[in-house]
Design a protein around this ligand. Structure first.
Ligand SMILES: Nc1ncnc2c1ncn2[C@@H]1O[C@H](COP(=O)(O)OP(=O)(O)OP(=O)(O)O)[C@@H](O)[C@H]1O
Length: 453
């Protein structure tokens, strides 16, 4: 199966990557039930992350954005080995993260931390803020040495007070409990906890999504300041593009387990290449007066299931720019209707009973009536010539209840490169994994193979 580029897209020049990710996969395998084995059903996996590659440079903030369920949190957690990867490679400052043993992993966890989205559930309500901040130091038995006049406990508590102040709270709040703080303050505590081990790299998993808009900006500014102060590198996960614009140097856009576009933040906002990025940007409210009346077009359809993702480009089932074969002239909305029909035939999601009912023909012999009703249901005006003749033949097959032949007839004429070949991210500073842009030759050769789990 093809996957995102083996060589990751170029990051900022002249800087060493802190983190390198190559062809990373994380599949969740669901428990086989007794019924599954009785019926000899194959175990189905959820392909939450399915072959992603990128680098993060020292001191950089890389944004990772996409709709809910596209695999952002799984990526962040797999990078830190809070979840075990299914395949791929992760290097942190040259060390092989996936090959680390227990001790190496413990040392790695000092250097790479995570801040979670929900400041309400990520802090233990029974612990004081001081205990919460000191806990990571206890786990790692830090500091290794203390001045003779002080105990380890005192040194840890001093550090906790110091870090409370660094995140904009006061040292005097150290003996309070989480419920005594607002959402924004709790997130500051979560950030202080992540900083206590003096990490180099932090995964920020939707760190401001649960906060009021007015508080979001303050926490984002804090994260920016702390990055400068401590020389931190961030992976900033968000579903909201407007949040990443101001904090990220580069942005990776994720859809259904793949990275579909990656580029410097301004380039990506000013010149989005992938139709999915364009659609995401269209759904962001704009401040500019001339844009306020703009019609926001929501993306059609739901995100397909990661258990059975579409072949080829995963966005093709919702894409407004699917590419027809070279010799087929068809407008995009009609092409979408034809493709949707075939998808429904192939996924056994077509109930012909209702069409025959509408045709008012219990004997199922009045084909012209069936086809008339079918067209009224599925197609606006727009078919002509050979396209029309092909659909007519496919409907004839459907009227005979021959779904396979109907799908085959449609596939022969209308199959798109978007469903046959999975596009990959090329190298370069702003690549998009989309057939609208040049794809490497080897990709064209590597037609989508059946799922290999
Ligand atoms: N433990 C799990 N077992 C099975 N499937 C899971 C598990 N955790 C996540 N998934 C599935 O993996 C896919 C990716 O989930 P993930 O939480 O990484 O996405 P996300 O982009 O972070 O979404 P959100 O913004 O909603 O958190 C989803 O389809 C989700 O249902």
């Amino acid at each position: 199966m093809t996957s995102d580029a083996e060589a990751a897209p170029d990051a900022a020049e002249g800087r060493e990557p802190v983190l390198s990710v190559r062809d990373l996969k994380k599949y969740y395998f669901e428990q086989d039930s007794f019924l599954d084995s009785l019926l000899r059903r194959e175990t189905q996996s959820v392909k939450a992350v399915d072959g992603i590659s990128f680098d993060i440079q020292k001191g950089e903030t890389l944004g990772l954005v996409g709709e809910s369920g596209c695999g952002k949190s799984t990526t962040g957690e797999t990078l830190l080995r809070l979840r075990e990867a299914t395949d791929g490679a992760i290097e942190f400052e040259g060390d092989d993260v996936l090959g680390m043993d227990r001790d190496e992993l413990k040392a790695f966890r000092r250097r790479a931390q995570i801040v979670f989205q929900d400041p309400f559930s990520s802090l233990d309500p029974r612990m004081t803020i001081g205990d919460i901040l000191v806990e990571p130091l206890k786990i790692h038995d830090l500091p290794a040495e203390v001045p003779s006049e002080q105990s380890k406990g005192e040194v840890r508590r001093e550090k906790a007070k110091d870090y409370l102040e660094r995140v904009g709270l006061s040292a005097g709040q150290i003996d309070r409990y989480p419920h005594e703080f607002s959402g924004g303050q709790r997130q500051r505590i979560g950030i202080a906890r992540a900083l206590m081990l003096e990490p180099e790299f932090i995964v920020l998993d939707e760190p401001v999504s649960a906060l009021d808009v007015s508080v979001q900006a303050q926490v984002l500014n804090l994260l920016d300041d702390l990055q400068d102060e401590f020389g931190l590198t961030y992976l900033f996960i968000a579903h909201d593009l407007s949040v990443v614009r101001h904090i990220c140097d580069r942005v990776a856009v994720m859809y259904l387990g793949n990275i579909v576009e990656l580029g410097p933040t301004d380039d990506l906002f000013d010149d989005p290449k992938h139709p999915y990025t364009q659609a995401l940007l269209d759904s962001v409210p704009r401040a500019a007066v001339e844009e306020q009346g703009r019609r926001v077009e929501p993306l059609p359809g739901d995100v397909p299931s990661p258990r059975n993702p579409p072949s080829g480009c995963r966005f093709r089932t919702r894409c407004p720019q699917v590419i027809p074969p070279k010799d087929v002239e068809i407008d995009q909305s009609t092409y979408r209707e034809v493709m949707d029909l075939r998808d429904r035939i192939e996924s056994n999601d077509l109930n012909l009973d209702t069409v025959w009912e509408r045709a008012d023909d219990e004997n199922r012999s009045d084909k012209p009536a069936f086809k008339r009703e079918f067209r009224a249901e599925f197609f606006a005006q727009g078919l002509s010539g050979e396209n029309e003749a092909t659909v007519e033949r496919a409907l004839d097959a459907l009227a005979e209840d021959d779904h396979d032949r109907a799908a085959e007839i449609l596939r022969e004429r209308f199959a798109s490169v978007c469903e046959q070949v999975r596009p990959v991210l090329q190298s370069g500073s702003h690549p998009a994994a989309c057939h609208l842009y040049e794809q490497p030759e080897r990709t064209e050769m590597a037609a989508e193979a059946p799922a290999d789990d």
